[in-house]
Ligand binder design. Structure first.
Ligand code: NDP
Length: 250
């Protein structure tokens, strides 16, 4: 196995950091010693997170605003000269509806955040990622981004876009970079509650459980994984059957 990625001292950017999976991910990465740029629109939630966790830098922005995203990428480049890890996690659900019940406007709104927003961050980060010695990019996808399913219209289409974005970046960023998608699976967050209002969140993995799989991926990804698709459920199983710290990705 090649050397593990060292989270301590790394520079990370996590989008969708104000709640859910992104917030948990910021916490775990910062606790492991990374400098973490935590992005979202909700200023108060981000300042609360930064006050609780050392090493967190707040960036209040809407990912749809490409100028602000460019400014953030330049700020990271100026401060650190590189970006080691991008967790492209922000997303919206949009309407749970069949295609004939989805308006073009609703589709556009979801694509604007989930695809254009993810594109804005990833493309603006290219110079800083290229300046890192072994950059990692983890793009949050979904099972419906890999196989279409009825009633998941706009969201499903957007996650197919994320899968494509990820494969293109894996091909473009060169052999030192590792770019993958992660399907977190059903996770107890606001988005899941919006999609399944009658479900008991206690029956689901927590955002922290999923953030642990993001940390695991960050550490263990190797060059040959680039362009690959991972799922948190499979990683939970792998972690259960492997002795502590010795997980080897398939
Ligand atoms: P949440 O709804 O809990 O959090 C979404 C995050 O995205 C928030 O921090 C929100 O911050 C941010 N966000 C939304 N729109 C924008 C915007 N325009 N600009 C900047 N930030 C934005 O979602 P989850 O934690 O559940 O989901 C995280 C990722 O995992 C998503 O990509 C989702 O599609 C994926 N996923 C989740 C599953 C689940 O069961 N939870 C299952 C499969 C995939 P703010 O509102 O402050 O801007």
């Amino acid at each position: 196995m090649s050397e593990l990625f060292d989270i301590k001292g790394s520079v990370a950017l996590v989008t969708g950091a104000s709640r859910g999976i992104g917030r948990a991910c910021v916490r775990l990465l910062a606790e492991a010693g990374a400098i973490v740029y935590a992005c979202a629109r909700s200023e108060e939630a981000l300042h609360e997170l930064a006050a609780e966790t050392e090493g967190v830098r707040v960036c209040v922005l809407d990912l749809r605003d490409e100028v602000m995203v460019e400014e953030l990428a330049s700020e990271i480049m100026e401060a650190h000269g590189r970006l080691d890890l991008l967790v492209n996690n922000a997303g919206v659900l949009g309407p749970r509806a069949s295609l004939d019940q989805t308006s073009a406007e609703a589709l556009r709104e979801v694509l604007e955040v989930n695809v254009v927003g993810a594109f804005n961050v990833l493309s603006a980060s290219y110079p800083a990622l290229r300046a890192a010695s072994s950059p990692r990019v983890i793009n949050l996808s979904s099972s419906v981004g890999r196989k279409g399913r009825a009633q998941w219209g706009a969201y499903s289409i957007s996650k197919f876009g994320v899968e494509g974005l990820s494969e293109i970046a894996a091909d473009e960023l060169g052999e030192d970079a590792v770019v993958v998608t992660l399907n977190p699976g059903g996770t107890a967050t606001d988005m899941r509650a919006e999609a399944y209002p009658d479900e008991d969140p206690e029956t689901l993995p927590s955002a922290t459980d999923v953030a642990q799989t993001i940390v695991l991926l960050t550490r263990q990804l190797r060059a040959e994984h680039s362009g690959g698709r991972f799922s948190s459920r499979a990683l939970f199983e792998l972690a259960k059957t492997s002795p502590r710290g010795a997980v080897e990705l398939p």
